[in-house]
Design a protein around this ligand. Structure first.
Ligand code: SAH
Length: 484
């Protein structure tokens, strides 16, 4: 089941705020507590929410450097309170930053964490000075080494190899010539951070054979040194329930606000391809006339409410009208444009609104809808003898300009899940990618109507949420994953 992450080790980059990663900024913007290092550019802290507690770990009230023990204590204390704790470090958190020690401590305390790598100063500093750290024909090796003063005791070192899968045996032999014993732990990381991440662990002596057996292919990096053994305690990524899963989100940006983060938190790689866009229809005289003639105005979606101010031309046109909405979230959006609903349906769906209709038969009802609205409300009211007119004030149009390489990659590599919040999205996404070469995703959907339409469109519905929320979709998805 979903395991809550409470601590994020985030690399703030070398200094320039723009060199922090998108993911780092994303996580920072939702932090409750930020424990930041001396080297972090304070300009970056403006991305933390206004309520976040910002703690300078470089300083104690006495003005000295905060003890490492104290940092550990704070991380655990806030994480145990259920707060989202960001441990913000200059450069990369695992490069000379003691991030590894802090992660070890959290592992011991059984607190889940995530690492967001950063651009390390050892690469960025030289790059900004016009110095590439490697250069074809000039340099084949970079050494990151700690200054003599900072080194407390002589200990091991780490060798990282690029482009070393082919000829791995020779690479490892070269490592022994550089002073690594045959027993030194060594690891191969293929497709690191991606959907297909593969890790093989061995020693300098046997890694080549082991990785051949495992079939890890390029791109991959090799790591040689005692730090490789830390993986036993610090492997955090594979533990996330959706690690390595690719999820395509088709919900609209409005409805799906915050959805990406929810899946990412479980380790998923998320691609956002909204299949619906809302466009308001330009104001028309006819719309205004119909509005003025109605007794009741009915909204069956938040999109309709948002399009309304434009459609009505002048709010004084609704003087004296009564307003009904399908449910509470629509009522809330209505309040945001300065109107209060006279009647709120008891949802879900417009059927409930029709059943509980408060108006009289003689009253004229006008539905303000989109171009793909279902006729449930109209049928329900007509059954009761209430006359209903409709006016389309917004259009739900398909995606535009999904980049071709994105579609090509999806068709070729596939995905694990696709999330649909409406039948329209299921249909549009099928039309966008009618044939999959590999890995056609399973569908995770909201509600029975979407499930039915998704099946009709040829999707395998493997997770169905009863409630219209991302939490519900996630729960259904995790359940399906754990049943495998
Ligand atoms: N985790 C950090 C390094 C922390 S050690 C990283 O990955 O970059 C701190 C050292 O990093 C400093 O003493 C300095 O040598 C180097 N450093 C950090 N920021 C730097 C910057 N903006 N320019 C040059 N060196 C920097």
């Amino acid at each position: 089941m979903s395991k809550k992450v409470n601590v994020w080790f985030v690399g703030a980059g070398p200094g320039h705020p723009g060199l922090m990663t998108v993911r780092g900024r994303d996580i920072l913007s939702r932090a409750d507590v930020v424990l930041y290092d001396r080297l972090v550019n304070p300009g970056i802290l403006t991305w933390a929410p206004s309520w976040a507690k910002l703690i300078d770990s470089g300083k104690t009230p006495g003005g000295e450097q905060m003890e490492q023990q104290e940092i550990h204590r704070l991380l655990v204390r806030y994480a145990r309170k259920g707060m989202r704790v960001v441990r913000l470090k200059g450069g990369d958190p695992f490069v000379f930053g003691r991030g590894g020690e802090e992660a070890e401590f959290l592992t011991k305390a059984k607190i889940a964490y995530e690492v967001v790598p950063g651009v390390t100063a050892g690469i960025a500093g030289p790059a900004f000075a016009g110095i590439p750290v490697t250069h074809r024909g000039v340099s084949t090796e970079v050494i990151f080494r700690i200054g003599a003063r900072a080194e407390r005791s002589v200990c091991g070192k780490t060798l990282v190899g690029y482009m070393a899968v082919e000829g791995l045996a020779e690479f490892l032999k070269r490592a022994t010539e550089l002073g690594f014993s045959k027993k030194t732990p060594a690891g191969l990381v293929g497709r690191g951070t991606c959907r297909g991440q593969r890790v093989v662990i061995g020693t300098v002596a046997d890694l080549a054979a082991k990785s051949k057996q495992d079939g890890v292919t390029a791109p991959a990096v090799v790591v040689v040194g005692p730090v490789v053994a830390l993986r036993k305690k610090l492997a955090w990524w594979e533990k996330r329930p959706l690690a390595g899963k690719r999820i395509v989100l088709t919900v609209s940006a409005n409805l799906g606000k915050g959805w990406r983060e929810v899946f990412e938190e479980q380790g998923a790689e998320v691609w956002e391809l909204p299949m619906t866009r809302i466009q308001s229809v330009p104001p028309r005289m006819n719309t205004v006339t119909m509005i003025r003639a109605a007794d009741w105005l009915v909204f069956t979606s938040a999109a309709g409410v948002r399009a309304f101010p434009r459609a009505v031309c002048d709010m004084r046109n609704i003087f004296g009208k009564k307003i009904a909405v399908v449910g509470h979230s629509t009522a809330e959006v209505l309040r945001s444009i300065g109107l209060r609903a006279d009647w709120v349906g008891h949802g879900p769906g417009s059927q409930a609104l029709a059943q509980s209709w408060p108006g009289k038969k003689t009253e004229r009802v006008l539905r303000l809808t989109g171009n793909v609205e279902d006729g449930e409300l109209r049928r329900g009211l007509q059954k009761k003898g209430v006359k209903v007119l409709s006016c389309v004030i917004y259009r739900n149009v398909g995606p535009n300009n999904v980049p071709r390489p994105v579609l090509r990659a999806l068709r070729k590599e596939g995905a694990d899940w696709v999330v649909f919040a409406s039948g329209t999205a299921a249909e549009r996404f099928r039309r966008l990618i009618p044939k999959w070469k590999k890995g056609k995703p399973k569908a995770a959907v909201i509600g029975p109507a979407t499930a039915k339409e998704a099946r009709r469109q040829g999707w395998k519905v493997a997770a169905e949420s009863k409630e219209a929320s991302v939490a519900g979709v996630l729960r259904a998805m995790l359940k399906a994953e754990s049943n495998k």
